[in-house]
Design a protein around this ligand. Structure first.
Ligand SMILES: [Zn+2]
Length: 72
């Protein structure tokens, strides 16, 4: 039973590391709201750029901002 939990933890760790690596390699993903038609100037989600930061990247910038404000 404990082996299964360890294996599950390892899988979660691997998935998390892969996602973090992907966020580091390409922090900007395509906008999901206006992706079919390419750039859309009226898209409010990406303000017309067609690119959106990934959730992981947003969390990273949020944590970095918190750390910067906290240590100042
Ligand atoms: Zn968009």
């Amino acid at each position: 039973m404990s082996t299964a939990i360890v294996l599950l933890g390892l899988c979660l760790l691997a998935v998390t590391l892969c996602y973090l690596a992907r966020c580091l390699v390409a922090p900007w993903g395509t906008c999901t709201r206006c992706r079919p038609g390419g750039k859309n100037r009226t898209c409010r989600a990406c303000s017309g750029t067609g690119m959106r930061p990934r959730i992981g990247w947003q969390l990273y910038t949020y944590a970095r901002r918190l750390h910067r404000d906290g240590t100042r």
